[in-house]
Design a protein around this ligand. Structure first.
Ligand SMILES: Nc1ncnc2c1ncn2[C@@H]1O[C@H](COP(=O)(O)OP(=O)(O)OP(=O)(O)O)[C@@H](O)[C@H]1O
Length: 353
């Protein structure tokens, strides 16, 4: 549905004679029809640039962007305007016109496309119904809550019956409960209309809530991508791990978290994070480790979460450093478990903790 093929975007240097800014660096992505695809990255990673090359608000410096088989990156003028009607977009700060009512905000793209009044009414009313704002049709943006404003934004984005909905930090200005409501609405629209959704965010819980696939962007490059379940349960890159750590909340006792050190302590223990997926969750891994290798793991915390409706567990354990640690890591890996050394502590601390 959407294909980015070796897309780079360089901006002119901020200071004359300085280096150009590389916002995107040979990004290749394939987003399937009907998917909700999340793109996550820290500030400055290139997320906004990426979403803006998809609807050609920015032209890539090199590479190609195809939307539904059409190379949008090569279009201009009337052909580009026509293609853009097939791509709706919603924004962090909603971008509504304050002088227009809810109805008239949603009607705006249709007026611009030259539709007659009756056709506009016939299109706008069901959209207001879909986003739950029928009773607010004559209100003005200043009279609406943030969540209601974003619903108007969504209805307006859908007015031209697009195939793709781009969401640019669409929930970042909303409180957690309203965020959940708006995300649920986006997921419902995705299901009902079969719309392809591309969502950029710096918050992993947004990805966890509704996305099917995710790409992690860092310094203009895709450093990891895959299904949300795969990426959450087997994160490969340290940046992905830190994003996920925030969401799955590894519950280390604070006294332990404060004492974690990067280097092994003489005679101390290593603290490991083990991630279990549905397939491995029912295996008695720790008792097998004890039986087969004589290694006793000390359980420090554990938790079960659900991602895309599938169970996923995290367990934090400690083990003696040295040879034992190597044997245990090899054992966990041979059972296809994702395992990460969080740090090292002195033995007295664990005994006290
Ligand atoms: N129009 C522009 N001119 C020059 N540099 C730009 C322009 N737009 C973005 N950049 C630079 O490109 C890089 C990527 O910016 P971008 O806005 O795409 O990142 P982002 O991940 O969306 O960040 P944020 O989450 O802070 O919005 C940054 O270094 C930014 O300063």
């Amino acid at each position: 549905m959407i294909q980015l093929d070796q897309v780079s975007k360089h901006y002119p240097p901020p200071k004359r004679g300085g280096p150009a800014v590389t916002a995107l660096n040979e990004v290749s992505l394939t987003i399937g029809a009907g998917e909700i695809y999340g793109i996550i990255g820290r500030s400055g990673a290139g997320k906004s640039t990426l979403i803006r090359v998809i609807n050609r608000l920015e032209a890539p410096t090199s590479g190609r962007v195809l939307v539904d088989g059409v190379e949008i990156s090569a279009l201009s003028g009337a052909a580009l305007r026509r293609e853009r009607r097939g791509i709706g977009m919603i924004f962090q700060h909603f971008n509504l016109l304050s002088s227009r009512s809810v109805f008239d905000n949603v009607a705006l793209p249709l007026e611009l496309a030259g539709l007659p009044k009756a056709a506009i009414k016939a299109r706008v009313e069901p959209l207001l119904e879909l986003v739950g704002l029928t009773d607010k049709r004559d209100r003005y943006p200043a009279e609406l809550s943030g969540g209601q404003k974003q619903r108007v934004g969504i209805a307006r984005a859908l007015a031209t019956e697009p195939k793709v909905l781009l969401c640019d930090e669409a929930t970042s200005a909303l409180d957690p409960e309203t965020t959940r409501d708006v995300l649920r609405l986006i997921a419902e629209i995705n299901r009902k209309l079969g719309l392809t959704v591309v969502l950029i965010t710096h918050e992993m819980h947004v990805i966890k809530e509704i996305c099917h696939k995710v790409a992690v962007l860092e310094a203009g490059r895709v450093i990891e991508q895959g299904s949300v379940f795969e990426v959450f349960t087997r994160p490969q890159h340290p940046t992905t791990r830190s994003f996920i750590g925030i969401v799955t909340g590894i519950d280390l006792p604070p006294s332990l978290a404060n004492q974690l050190q990067a280097e092994a302590q003489p005679g101390g223990e290593a603290v490991l994070l083990i991630r279990f997926t549905g397939d491995s969750a029912d295996q008695p891994i720790l008792s097998r480790l004890a039986r087969h290798h004589g290694i006793d793991a000390n359980i420090l915390s554990g938790r079960i979460d659900h991602i895309q409706g599938r169970p996923f567990g995290t367990l934090v354990v400690s083990l003696p450093n040295g040879e034992t640690l190597g044997t245990a890591l090899a054992f966990f890996q041979s059972h296809q478990l994702s395992v990460e050394v969080l740090g090292h502590v002195a033995p007295a601390l664990l005994a006290a903790g």
